[in-house]
Design a protein around this ligand. Sequence first.
Ligand code: ADP
Length: 288
Amino acid sequence: ELVVVGSLNMDLTVPVTRLPGRGETVAGAAAVRAAGGKGANQAVAAARLGARVRLVGQVGDDALGGELLAAVAREGVDVSGVRQVPAATGLAMIVVEDGGENMITVASGANGLLRLTDLDLTGADALLLQLEIPVAACLAAARQARAHGVPVILNAAPYTQGLEELLTQVDLLIVNEGEAAALCGGGTDPAALLALGPRAAVVTLGEHGARGQDASGVCQVPSFPVHAVDAVGAGDTFCAQLALAHAAGLPLAQAVRRACAAGALATTGHGAQTAMPTGDQVERLFAH
Ligand code: ADP
């Protein structure tokens, strides 16, 4: 079982013909409400890929919280570890222009209040974390996983300061180019990330694929050629597939290759969770 400790947000998207300026009101098309947040997205991606997944996190005790829990559960994710607390549910407000330019604000709400004391790691094959919850919660989860011999995978997104201690508890670090540069003060070489403490590091390079490094060496994996229409959700799908392949014991280069196939497929449809591929789809792209 993959245990994901992370965020759940309701994504509220309004399509517009052009983004509003400061103080301006622009009429939008029909609003779309969808389950999101990096924790929920990566948990759903892993479930879609065929894994048993348990999500641990928090939503508010409001209507959106219940809706969000139901949506993630419908995707086959075990949400018994998601608490409803007296707070607002995490909310992402997204305005997106024809052509893809967007403006986003995220109110973390219940996600920002997550405290972890004892995490149930019974049956866990791997722990997957992101940074839309407090770093202290990630650190507590990572320490417990380490103590139980459960591998820790951290997608250090969005970039957050104060990760020194957490990075020493990480088996596999996954970041995009911007996060890599922020973490190591410029440059996107996985070797520079390894110096921060993780046993393995992978940098995603969008349409250029991904680069990784661990004790056995360096790997450079090209992306799979697909007709990309929307990159939203590609990073989360990549992380879910890489975590599963790593937990299954695949060598890093093979795990990254599989993750690139999953990430590529996620770009061929619109939205985050709606466009996530199944394990069969990943196999088929592989066999090609
Ligand atoms: P993020 O969205 O987190 O910045 P990336 O843009 O680096 O992440 O994308 C994550 C992964 O998704 C990449 O490593 C790659 O494997 C895949 N991917 C992203 N964009 C494309 C694309 N245009 N074609 C094929 N694969 C892609």
